[in-house]
Design a protein around this ligand. Structure first.
Ligand code: NAG
Ligand code: NAG
Ligand code: NAG
Ligand code: NAG
Ligand code: NAG
Ligand code: NAG
Ligand code: NAG
Ligand code: NAG
Ligand code: ZN
Length: 509
């Protein structure tokens, strides 16, 4: 046996020495096979796309080359907050910003809008604020709110006026609406529980501000505008079901929030006819009891019957390591799975063999249409095979994983393997408002420059956009329309890249 192996090995060596070209052919064949297998490998570029791709790749190489030999300048392997403000100077970033990106399929309703816009909402009349537990709670009311709060309620207009410096006051308010700190604390060594605690504080501040009906309407319109301007033409949001209120204290029923999102979306579509729309994945916190989950599952059934083209399905949300595993809700989820489509978060964890890690098994067995994050999937080859066979899309949120302390250097993100294996991947941004990211551009850019192969090009980007359309929950007709809007915008994008002098001046830097 050993001898035979030795003979074969020497033959190969001999062969390679005699016919070196054969080795090169085999080497190239392996590389070609990898390219063909990877996401985007089968995309064919037309003549114009090829020119645009050459431009894109020239900038990509230039920008990557600058740090290949000087890794200390490779910003994307550092914390997102440390390079976020420099992104706009990258030509590759500018190209990706202009690129139509299809849809964003993994988003949480209340954490989508940039903090700067939220600060503008605090200029509305009748807004009170109260500091509690390291965050700021807001409430609109004609008189001082009688809601419990650990300190005291004050009118924001008074606080702002008496602060003596509006700019400084607003900057302080902004800090309650985003985890992003320009020259703040060092995030690098923060553990996942600490970072989620900060994340939840931001969520509480924003949630309290936008529970007021008139502000929620503005919030939703502005959110859609930001996604639209970032070249995203359709979104699916995870949303809880809860009551909004009016200035006189009137509480709306829980369905009202869905009506509001739907109406404001229709208004937005009337103003922007090539925006396709929004669907909602009703969600409940995974920290809640089985009964509370059943209540929301029941509500999802009712809403889906009333608004079939608006309600996509159901999910359980919240920190997976700390919350209850899917296994604990198995009887009620199993019972509902034939009526309600699931889009379950699973495997958003760094721990192997824990119940959060094994949520992946239950998500697959429960027939989840897509999996939220699936970060732990590469550690489970059988599950990876199942995901591929059942064509379950993976909703990957790179910057979320970086900010929420799952990955420090994105070059080690499992997305690299998913792309190489040609798994059905869609990119999304989870909660871009919570870390002041662009709706989708930042995630596409970091995936392209920091995670995907150096060789990955426009074909990958186009396939990712096409995946977001294909794996959306849209019914056939609107899916076709989204695709045709995408194709028209794509051709225009390609033409713009080719003709833009700022991208083509070979002497510019
Ligand atoms: C390529 O670009 C040219 C010039 O902008 C345009 O006339 C032509 O229709 C484009 N071809 C395709 C296939 O898009
Ligand atoms: C980038 O580096 C590679 C390998 O060193 C080189 O072949 C290529 O010309 C460089 N490209 C640019 C745009 O600097
Ligand atoms: C990387 O970060 C440094 C320091 O913030 C900045 O000067 C540089 O422009 C950044 N490089 C890129 C390619 O964004
Ligand atoms: C702001 O404060 C000034 C004096 O400090 C006062 O004259 C003014 O009426 C205040 N405005 C509001 C809106 O409270
Ligand atoms: C107000 O605060 C801003 C931000 O902290 C600071 O740059 C500015 O100098 C302050 N203005 C005055 C008049 O103090
Ligand atoms: C409270 O305000 C809302 C919205 O302005 C209004 O529709 C409702 O009639 C008011 N209710 C009461 C009890 O005044
Ligand atoms: C939504 O629009 C419908 C139809 O115009 C209207 O009857 C309903 O009151 C609106 N609901 C909300 C919450 O805006
Ligand atoms: C959910 O719906 C089922 C079937 O209609 C009903 O038996 C059950 O009481 C409901 N549970 C809750 C918590 O609403
Ligand atoms: Zn999520």
């Amino acid at each position: 046996m050993y001898k035979l192996a030795y003979i074969i090995a020497s033959l190969i060596t001999l062969d390679a020495r005699i016919i070196p070209n054969k080795y090169n052919e085999e080497r190239q064949a392996l590389l070609d096979e990898e390219t063909l297998t990877a996401v985007g490998g089968k995309v064919h570029l037309n003549a114009n796309e090829t020119i645009a791709n050459d431009i894109l790749m020239r900038w990509k190489m230039k920008e990557l080359n600058a740090s290949n030999n000087n890794p200390q300048y490779f910003n994307y392997s550092k914390h997102y907050f440390s390079y976020k403000e420099d992104l706009k100077y990258s030509k590759v970033y500018q190209i990706i910003q202009r690129m139509p990106k299809g849809a964003a399929l993994h988003l949480h309703n209340t954490l989508l809008l940039h903090a700067d816009v939220l600060v503008q909402f605090t200029y509305e009349d009748h807004l009170y604020a109260c500091q509690e537990d390291g965050t700021m709670l807001f409430h609109f009311s004609e008189t001082t709110p009688d809601m419990p709060c650990l300190t005291e309620w004050s009118l924001v207009s008074h606080l702002r006026n008496s602060s003596g410096n509006t700019t400084a006051f607003d900057a302080q308010l902004r800090n309650y609406f985003t985890m992003y700190k320009e020259n703040g604390e060092d995030y690098k060594s923060v553990d996942i529980n600490t970072v989620w605690k900060r994340f939840r504080k931001v969520g509480r501040a924003i949630g309290s501000l936008i529970a007021y009906r008139p502000v929620r309407e503005k919030y939703w319109y502005e959110t859609l505008r930001q996604f639209y301007n970032d070249n995203v033409m359709y979104i699916e949001i995870r949303s809880g079901i809860y009551s909004l209120y009016e200035l006189n204290g009137t509480l709306h029923d829980k369905k009202y929030l869905m009506d509001l999102v739907k109406n404001v979306t229709n208004e937005f579509i009337a103003d922007h006819p090539d925006f396709i729309g929004v669907k909602v994945i009703i969600s409940q916190s995974r920290a809640r009891s089985v009964d509370q989950v059943v209540e929301v599952l029941n509500m999802t059934r009712r809403l889906k019957a009333e608004m079939p083209d608006f309600i996509a399905g159901f999910d359980l949300v919240g920190q997976e390591d700390a919350g209850k595993p899917l296994k604990e809700f198995l009887p009620v989820l199993s019972e509902a799975k034939d009526e309600i489509n699931f889009y379950l978060h699973a495997g958003e964890t760094g721990w192997l063999g824990t119940s959060a890690d094994e949520n992946l098994v239950d998500a697959i067995l429960l027939g989840s249409k897509r999996i939220g994050h699936g970060y732990a999937l590469t550690k489970h080859p059988s599950l990876m095979t199942a995901v591929k066979k059942k064509d379950i899309a993976l909703e990957v949120n790179v910057i979320s994983n970086a900010v929420l302390a799952l990955v420090q250097d994105v070059r080690n993100h499992p997305l690299a393997s998913y792309l190489a294996l040609g798994l059905p991947v869609v990119l999304s941004s989870d909660d871009p408002g919570a870390w002041s990211a662009k709706p989708l551009t930042d995630d596409f850019f970091v995936a392209f420059m920091g995670i995907a192969s150096r060789h990955a090009d426009l074909r990958l980007l186009k396939q990712l956009a096409l995946n977001s359309i294909a794996y959306s929950s849209l019914e056939c007709e609107r899916k076709e329309r989204l695709l045709s809007v995408f194709n028209a915008r794509w051709d225009k994008f390609v033409a713009d890249v080719i003709s833009d002098p700022s991208l083509n001046d070979k002497h510019s830097s």
